[in-house]
Ligand binder design. Structure first.
Ligand SMILES: [Zn+2]
Length: 399
């Protein structure tokens, strides 16, 4: 037995890594027993990332390893090596696209340490740092492929992926039954199926890739049930296959411990994106981050906050979660009790005086508490979250 990993076979022509992997698994020698395939999301800022930055892996059990290796060698040569150098279709037009540099790894009987997985999900990893496999093929994709093998499943989630028929590959539009999607979305174990604000589907990728949809759930049975229901619905277009992957999506594995800091200042940038200058560097709340951005804009110097996110560059935290711990009160001039108007300072070291009735007070300032718009953790809305981000409501016990 051993572990197979594959990454970066995205390309305009051939589609996506999950589909290549499905084809590979379909053709395995009959002596090979296939365990649950895994879909592993990695460091979102990887310099040469492809579409979803996901790698795949699986445990394979066989008595005939030479036969398996011969099959893998042939599959690589006939189906994957030619993808090297192709440019993948992007979901976001503004991002630089890099040519595919696929990689495949085979770990016979041993698996690399879990620490390599956490390195690959939390920071940029160099190809030179990849633990050696029993057998490996290709280039940069070996990083993700090895990370997918290294991942240990602790509180994982599941995703049922359904692929379109051959003749539909390369087309942008997809037909998935909307009424079935509503039913699937209503199941307590599914997540990120529909955008609750817009009512739009979150299960189908954009662009020409072979995936018809991927439906996510917190347990394998629900993923399988929801995937089958959507696949079999009359209004859903024809498909060729479905597989249920165990995934690290919605695990927060990319995040470390929250950081506590004090706000020094805030700056609202274009389109509401907000930079919080803190005692622990710059914290960025982006335009699409919803409540995170609104809370960031509300902050004042002296407020104590907790934050979590990623550091794509040193000293700059891209916020994925934000919480206010203490808000400094507002300092105001006291009000005249008779006239209900704000009193004015009589000069440094002196008290205040009512501009109307001239009554005086020794008080220079009174404090008003500021009421935050949110008092517990906030995170971006569903459609603006990373695949790795865990919904806050799963952690309610900690709030
Ligand atoms: Zn007065």
């Amino acid at each position: 037995m051993g572990w197979l990993g594959l990454d970066d076979t995205d390309s305009l022509e051939q589609g996506c890594t999950t589909y290549t992997f499905h084809q590979l698994l379909e053709g395995l020698p009959s002596s090979v027993q296939v365990q649950t395939p895994r879909l592993v999301r990695l460091w979102p800022f990887a310099q040469q990332r492809t579409r979803g930055n996901a790698a795949v892996a699986v445990e394979l059990i066989t008595e005939d390893e030479p036969q398996l290796l011969e099959y893998l060698e042939n599959f690589w040569n006939q189906n994957i090596s030619e993808m090297s150098g192709q440019i993948s279709e992007s979901e976001h037009d503004d991002r630089i696209q890099y040519p595919s540099d696929p990689g495949m790894v085979w770990f016979s009987s041993h698996r690399p340490d879990e620490s390599f997985y956490f390195d690959s999900v939390r920071r940029e990893v160099d190809l030179n740092d990849v633990p050696p496999a029993s057998r490996s093929w290709g280039g940069l994709g070996r990083i993700g492929a090895t990370a997918a093998v290294s991942w240990r499943e602790k509180s994982p989630t599941w995703e049922a992926i359904v692929w379109r028929t051959r003749e539909r590959h390369g087309q942008n539009e997809r037909r998935v039954c909307d009424s079935t999607l509503k039913q699937v979305d209503a199941l307590s174990s599914t997540f990120l199926s529909r955008d609750p604000r817009r009512g739009t589907s979150l299960i189908a990728p954009r662009g020409p890739c072979p995936v018809l949809f991927g439906v996510r759930a917190r347990d394998a049975d629900t993923a399988k049930f929801a995937g089958s229901a959507l696949r079999d619905a009359d209004e859903t277009e024809d498909s060729i296959a479905m597989r249920v992957f165990v995934t690290n999506q919605a695990t927060d594995d990319h995040l470390g411990e929250p950081i506590q800091t004090t706000v020094l200042s805030t700056t609202v940038l274009g389109r509401g994106s907000t930079c919080i200058t803190t005692e622990h560097g710059s914290w960025m709340a982006f335009e699409e981050s919803g409540s995170v951005k609104l809370l960031a804009q509300w902050l004042e110097a002296g407020d104590v906050i907790l934050g979590n996110g990623l550091f794509p560059e040193p000293g700059v935290l891209h916020l994925e979660k934000l919480r206010i711990l203490t808000a400094v009160p507002v300092q105001e001039r006291p009000k005249c009790l008779d006239c209900n108007v704000r009193m004015k300072s009589m000069g440094s070291g002196q008290g205040c005086r009512c501009p109307k009735c001239r009554v005086r007070t020794d008080k220079k300032w009174v404090e008003q508490p500021r009421i935050p718009p949110y008092t517990s953790w906030v995170q971006p809305p569903e459609d603006a979250r990373r695949h790795l981000a865990k919904p806050l409501e799963w952690d309610n016990v900690n709030n």
